[in-house]
Each structure stands twice: as structure tokens, then as C-alpha cells.
Design a protein around this ligand. Structure first.
Ligand SMILES: [Zn+2]
Length: 324
């Protein structure tokens, strides 16, 4: 009996491996075949198909393109972009798009090669961070001086990503440029108000209590923009794990400074945050889990947190409530 089960499992795996192999062929094949762009006059008569990686970028495309675009995001709520591996279906969504927008700066660590192939094929594919002045980007010493990809945490930096998408839509569909330009003006105004909201709310937390501890180092821009000290258990990519010493060092700091709460991220497993909580308790300080933050993925569609503005507001409100 046991033997039979083993055989069945073996067949299952080998079949899966064959399928994965096939997907690999499809991945490299479609992505590198030469692309003939649709001419603007034809594109002006139908909706533009936009494919993005994370939901935050999809949200920009919807706000700038509104009725002119069909937007597909590859990564939904709770999905971690650092670890995301594209499926053959994803490649289809990318290679049927009129334009592709992704984060860049190695946010989508396992898709870098794929984007390179797609770009070489001539299909319009843009990193939304491409036009940001490098001086405004955080440099990560532990990642060989690469730049921190989590730019959406500073609303004013994310406004640069909005401008990039606007710019590329104008190139693709110049006939509707007035429409896009009006939409982008409205959206940038809403984002400016969001930035002020975050600044005012977070300033209401006493300076000594203004310490944000999260699972992975995504909130660096947030800390710099809104004057809050940021500490993380893992590095800026979830691909590297935190060691036992990292957990103990952080626990020591949190207990010594009597920090009230640490936070869980919707796209990162809770285990590391709970390990820190346990280690802080062992040092005689009761620290709470301050609630769930949306870091690298937005909330569910149809909820306020399913939009970029709602996600930022949610994070600000959860942080203020837990630390004030
Ligand atoms: Zn991240």
C-alpha cells in the first residue's frame, strides 16, 4: 500500500516537472518574439490594455486612464512581489498588453529577466520609478548599494510614478491627451492632500513613541517623509531571512525604550513579528501587535484599502492608534 502511494507521488512530481519545463519554454518564447506596436490612431478607437505587477501601480493606471484603459494587475491582495514567480498565464497577460508598468529597482526580484526580454522584443514596458531623481532614492547598504524599491511609502515620491504613467499614456494615445492630463491633475491633488493627512496625523504621536517596527524593511521612505523612526526584523527584500540575533537585538531595544506596539504586514507571514513579541515579553515588557499594515500589497478589491489612497490612510490610522 505504502509503495503505491509513493509511486503515485513520483508520477505527480515528474508530470509537474514536465509542465514547469513547458512553462519555461513558453515564458522565454512569447516574451522574446518581436512586437509590432499598435498605431495610435487604431489604439484611440479602443481601450488600452494595461498590465501591471503590484496593485498600487494598477491603481495609478486606473486613476490616470479611467475609461480609456483595461487594467490587469498580476499580484493581488496579500501577494509578496519580492518572491513572486510569474506563471505562463502571467506571461500571456504581459504579452497581450499594449503597455506594461512595473515597479523596478528589483521590487519584482524574480521577474527582472522576463522584463528584460519583453523590453528587447519592443513591447512598451516601463519601470514607474525610472524617472525619479536617484538623489531622492534610499540606498541599501546591506544590498550592495541597490536602491530601496518601496517608493510608494512617500506619497510625494509616488507622485513621480503617477507622472511617469501619465507621460507614457500620452505617447501611446495622444488623441486623448487632454483627458489624461485632467485625470492626472485631479489625482495628484488628491495625493497632495493624502501627504498632508499623513504628516499631520503622524506628528500627533509624541516624538519618543514614534517608532515603527515591521516584519520587513519596507517603510524607510515612510520614516523619512513622515519623521518616524523605522526598524524592521527582515531586510528590504523578504528573500533574506532574519537571524535569531536580529530578533534578540531588536527585542532588547524595544523593551529598553518601552515601545508600545509592533506591526504585522498583510503580505508577509506573522511568525517573525510574533517571535519578536515573545522575545520582548521575555525581557519583562508587554508589547502589543499594533494591527495589520499594507506594505507591498493593497487590501481586497472593493474595500477602502483596495486603493492606494485607502491603503496609506489605513496604515497611518493604525499606526497612530497603536502608538499614540
Ligand atoms: Zn517589500
Amino acid at each position: 500500500m505504502k509503495n503505491n502511494i509513493l509511486v503515485v507521488k513520483k508520477q505527480h512530481w515528474s508530470r509537474r516537472q514536465v509542465l514547469m519545463g513547458l512553462a519555461g519554454v513558453v515564458l522565454s518564447g512569447c516574451a522574446s518574439s518581436l512586437y509590432t506596436p499598435t498605431d495610435p490612431a487604431t489604439l484611440a478607437k479602443r481601450k488600452i490594455n494595461v498590465t501591471t505587477t503590484v496593485g498600487m501601480i494598477a491603481d495609478i493606471a486606473k486613476n490616470v486612464g479611467r475609461d480609456r484603459v483595461n487594467v490587469t494587475a498580476l499580484m493581488g491582495p496579500g501577494v509578496d512581489p519580492h518572491l513572486y514567480k510569474p506563471s505562463a498565464r502571467d506571461v500571456n497577460k504581459l504579452t497581450s498588453a499594449d503597455v506594461i508598468f512595473y515597479g523596478g529597482l528589483h521590487l519584482e526580484g524574480r521577474m527582472v529577466d522576463l522584463f528584460e526580454k519583453i523590453s528587447k522584443s519592443g513591447r512598451p514596458a516601463f519601470a514607474v520609478t525610472a524617472d525619479i531623481d536617484p538623489q531622492r532614492l534610499r540606498t541599501l547598504e546591506e544590498e550592495n548599494d541597490e536602491h530601496d524599491p518601496h517608493v510608494w511609502f512617500d506619497v510625494t515620491l509616488w507622485m513621480e510614478a503617477v507622472k511617469k504613467i501619465h507621460k507614457e499614456l500620452l505617447v501611446l494615445d495622444p488623441e486623448h491627451s487632454a483627458y489624461y492630463t485632467q485625470n492626472v491633475a485631479d489625482y495628484l491633488q488628491a495625493l497632495a492632500a493624502l501627504h498632508e493627512y499623513a504628516k499631520t496625523q503622524l506628528a500627533s504621536i509624541p516624538k519618543a513613541a514614534r517608532v515603527l517596527v515591521t516584519a520587513h524593511d519596507a517603510f524607510g521612505y515612510f520614516g523619512a517623509a513622515y519623521d518616524i523612526e523605522v526598524k524592521a526584523i527582515q531586510g528590504s527584500s523578504t528573500a533574506t531571512e532574519a537571524g535569531a540575533k536580529d530578533v534578540q537585538d531588536l527585542a532588547k531595544y524595544l523593551a529598553a525604550n518601552q515601545i508600545k506596539a509592533i506591526f504585522v504586514e498583510s503580505s508577509v507571514p506573522q511568525a517573525t513579528v510574533e517571535a519578536v513579541q515573545k522575545a520582548v515579553r521575555a525581557r519583562g515588557w508587554e508589547i502589543a501587535l499594533g494591527g495589520e499594515l499594507f506594505s507591498d500589497a493593497m487590501g481586497d478589491d472593493g474595500t477602502p484599502e483596495g486603493t492606494y489612497i485607502g491603503m496609506v490612510k489605513h496604515n497611518v490610522d493604525v499606526i497612530v492608534k497603536a502608538l499614540k
